[in-house]
Design a protein around this ligand. Structure first.
Ligand SMILES: Nc1ncnc2c1ncn2[C@@H]1O[C@H](COP(=O)(O)OP(=O)(O)OP(=O)(O)O)[C@@H](O)[C@H]1O
Ligand SMILES: [Mg+2]
Length: 315
């Protein structure tokens, strides 16, 4: 038994320390060869917040989460969960996680799996939820006696969620929890999530979707190339990320387009101009007033473009 474990025995069952943030990442960095997966990332999340980690493929979300869970050793910097090293928070049942990938064992039923997971907390200072309560919370009661390797994608995702809940965690970390789910399963997943969050649980989830972050998080942290490039309420983030492209046919001179309200970039090809705008209403109104334009089109900019704009803006 290590020193840490000995000290652990003095802790109160399943309760987090009274003060401090739910999680704190201090200048975390991790490289794989020449790839800087996470590059000096700082993030503090107070208790009770639901935070979305939003970023494109390869942004470093899973690597960050891996270090937060104590599964990946950082090259430098460190992670704290309720003021303690992640491993200790896991042992106390304070931290529950749903990984991006990860198969479920075969040849057991859903109920047996959850009983097994609850059993792993025996003899620790965790206060796991009774398996029946986990089944109800994750809406698995009606499929509790099915084999876990015979479930649909959405059902398997619910089981993964249930496993994350088993220790009755105060911090839930979910890596792209709704990837591969259809619209109905997504809706159902977030409904379950919301009910669980009402207990005051802190939640950190990663996603590619601005809409998902917008709808389900109090705070959105945009990650790109291993760094936090924006951090705020979804309204604040949308102002920067939810760019719009306004296209128009212009006769003659185009230099004035860049001075229109909301316009952040102008691209001219022949007589067609594409304006990137952070306030399409203002841009379109100003274009209409100017009069010398035709064939106006307004379309949302691709999220990848928005991420790129954010990353370059920051430099
Ligand atoms: N074990 C590994 N070995 C080598 N490179 C890795 C490893 N894990 C991650 N990377 C690289 O680190 C970068 C960040 O990957 P990471 O999985 O953290 O991104 P992500 O934001 O989770 O992406 P996604 O949205 O696709 O899940 C990527 O360039 C990836 O290829
Ligand atoms: Mg990932």
């Amino acid at each position: 038994m290590t020193d840490t474990e000995v000290r652990d025995r003095g802790g109160q069952a399943g309760t987090e320390p009274a003060t401090g943030a739910a999680l704190a990442l201090h200048r975390l960095s991790k490289s794989y060869g020449a790839v800087r997966a996470v590059d000096g990332l700082d993030l503090t999340v107070p208790r009770g917040q639901t935070v979305a980690l939003l970023g494109p493929n390869g942004a470093g979300k899973s690597t960050t989460i891996g270090m937060l869970l104590g599964l990946i050793a950082p090259d430098s910097g460190h992670a704290e969960v309720f003021g303690m090293p992640p491993e200790r928070a896991v042992r106390r049942g304070l931290l529950g996680a749903m990984p991006q990938e990860g198969g479920l064992v075969s040849r057991v039923t859903v109920r047996e799996l959850l009983r097994f997971v609850a059993g792993t907390y025996a003899g620790t200072h965790a206060a796991p939820l009774p398996p029946e309560e986990v089944l109800a919370t994750a809406r698995l009661a009606d499929i509790a006696d099915r084999w876990v390797d015979r479930l649909s994608g959405g059902q398997a995702q619910r089981v993964r969620f249930a496993v994350a809940l088993a220790g009755n965690p105060r911090l839930l970390v979910l890596d792209e929890p709704t990837a591969a789910l259809d619209v109905e399963s997504r809706r159902e997943f977030w409904e379950n999530m919301r009910r669980y969050a009402e207990r005051g649980t802190t939640i950190l989830f990663s996603t590619h979707y601005l809409e998902e972050a917008d709808e389900h998080a109090d705070r959105v942290v945009v990650v790109s190339r291993g760094r936090v490039v924006a951090d705020g309420t979804s309204r604040e983030i949308k102002r920067v990320v939810a760019l719009t492209t306004v296209s128009v046919t212009v006769d003659g001179e185009t230099s004035w387009l860049g001075r229109l309200p909301g316009v952040t970039a102008v691209e001219v090809r022949g007589d067609r101009a594409r304006l990137r705008s952070s306030d399409s209403d203002a841009t379109v109104l100003a274009l209409a007033r100017a009069g010398a334009v035709r064939d106006l089109e307004v379309a949302p900019a691709a999220l990848e473009d928005a991420f790129l704009a954010l990353t370059t803006e920051e430099k």
